[in-house]
Ligand binder design. Structure first.
Ligand code: GRF
Length: 207
């Protein structure tokens, strides 16, 4: 799985929403900072706002409508598209569908996710709201490989974000997203360039 810059890693990016992380990844590839290419941007619904941003950037887009097709058929189509595209990596960027055991078995070790908390704290939906409601003083961002449990798997990178007194959800979201937009592409670059070493559960960077 070691990659080198003469053979850029090919990644499919999966989104459900606005796709701001996907846009940063696309822009970092365009600027030459992230040695990779995007096979396609996939969404679970046509209404995902990020699809338009992907099209504007000239990226191939695919929709796998879970609502119209049902989960099994939609995911089968997604697996087929990933296999046909020869994608090395499946990069989740706000993809709101749970991946089946079959999906994880097919692409095991090659699926990456970003989550807006310091996992294992606050998995699942609205991690930012959960952290605020709980009253923690520090939350953050996690980039991890995906295993069969939700928001779970070997952690590649984490960065803390402080919650100051009186902070509202909007400003915490802004701070979290700013960290995500810097952390995701840097982590993927390290991953694609083969800089992570496996020590049991742990993934450590070596320079
Ligand atoms: C991010 O906060 C990410 O951590 C979570 O979903 C959100 C996606 O945001 N998994 P965007 O669609 O990339 O703007």
């Amino acid at each position: 799985m070691n990659q080198n810059s003469s053979h850029p890693s090919s990644m499919a990016i999966l989104i459900s929403g606005r796709g701001s992380n996907m846009c940063v990844l696309a822009d970092k590839i365009a600027s030459g900072e992230l040695p990779a290419n995007i096979s396609f941007v996939g969404a679970d619904r046509e209404k995902a706002q990020g699809l338009e941003a992907a099209r504007i950037r000239g990226l191939a887009t695919r929709v796998f409508s879970y609502e119209e097709l049902g989960r099994e058929r939609a995911e089968n189509n997604l697996i087929q598209a990933l296999l046909e595209s020869g994608s090395t990596w499946v990069v989740l960027a706000g993809f709101m569908k749970i991946l089946s055991a079959r999906f994880v078995a097919e692409f095991g070790g090659r699926i990456v996710n970003i989550h807006p908390s310091l996992l294992p704290a606050f998995p699942g939906v609205d991690a930012i709201g959960q952290a605020l409601k709980y009253g923690v003083k520090v939350t953050g961002v996690t980039v991890h490989l995906v295993d069969r449990k939700v928001d779970h798997g070997p952690i590649l990178a984490q960065q803390a974000v402080s919650i100051t007194d009186g902070m509202d959800q909007e400003s915490l979201e802004q701070n979290i997203h700013a960290v995500e937009h810097d952390l995701y592409w840097r982590t993927l670059k390290n991953l694609f360039e083969g800089r992570y070493v496996e020590y049991g559960r742990r993934r450590q960077l070596h320079e």
